[in-house]
Ligand binder design. Structure first.
Ligand code: FE2
Length: 253
């Protein structure tokens, strides 16, 4: 499996606090059938202004360390950008780091709202050749209250990454229900850990793989945890899941 969203770079954000934690997180990922991850530290104007060069050099350093410690995990460079109105300008100026230098850009929205410029910014990014990947929309109250807003963004070519813990109920029943609804609609393109630590939010995908197997079957699991993440890493087009008929979905449960 490939984990496309993980906060593992030591000391960068609210993820791994130090090198040992990063190594422990890498060990957990590798022991849980994950062979490749994309390090995606938060980049938020005025809060964490990491440049692409900062991230790439930390990724190189971590890969060296992993090989010294014989931990079989490849770390690729990426970032999780907070949705800001000037993202298209910053991308055009060469300042943003896409997921492994692909056309895919991981973007998170504020949890409490969907800014009025959301669709416009995502559209402008698309006009520049980017395919935005919306990070964990199941945790955003606008999408929880009006899921169709997400459906419209998906119809316009944006991709969706849902967090593993959301499908497992780690963020509460409302988030779980919302994530499962997105799955039935065929709106999810990838599931990732969004891991921040060793214990509270670990980089494990096996528990969600078991849950996805129950919900959508093995093809769905493979698409969301392996095939589409690989396409993203390779910069190739991803595949969408067909909607899961409500009857079949509830029957499986
Ligand atoms: Fe994240």
């Amino acid at each position: 499996m490939i984990d496309i969203h993980i906060h593992i770079l030591p000391g960068f954000d609210d993820g791994a606090a130090d090198t040992q934690t990063a190594l422990d997180m890498a060990q957990i990922a590798a022991s849980g059938d994950v062979h490749t991850i994309i390090a995606t530290p938060h980049v938020i104007a005025g809060v964490s202004n990491y440049t692409a060069a900062d991230i790439v050099s930390a990724v190189d350093e971590l890969n060296l360390l992993l090989s010294k410690k014989n931990i079989p995990l490849l770390v690729l460079a990426g970032a999780e950008y907070y949705l800001e109105s000037d993202l298209p300008q910053r991308y055009a100026a060469g300042e943003l780091l896409t997921l492994n230098n692909s056309q895919y850009l991981l973007v998170e929205l504020p949890f409490a709202q969907m800014p009025v410029y959301t669709a416009q910014v995502l559209y402008e990014l698309q006009m520049l050749g980017i395919t935005p990947v919306i990070a964990h929309p199941e945790r955003n109250s606008s999408f929880i209250n009006r899921p169709q807003l997400l459906g419209e963004l998906v119809d316009r070519g944006n991709l969706v990454q849902v967090t593993s813990g959301s499908l497992l109920g780690n963020y509460g029943q409302t988030v779980k229900k919302t994530a499962r609804y997105f799955l039935t609609q065929g709106w999810i393109h990838a599931v990732a850990s969004d891991a921040h630590s060793v214990k509270k939010r670990p980089p494990q995908l096996l528990p969600v793989a078991r849950e996805l197997n129950k919900m959508g079957g093995s093809t769905c699991t493979k698409l969301l945890l392996s095939d589409n993440p690989l396409k993203i890493v390779e910069g190739k087009p991803v595949q969408s899941l067909p909607p899961i008929p409500a009857k079949k979905f509830f029957f499986r449960r």
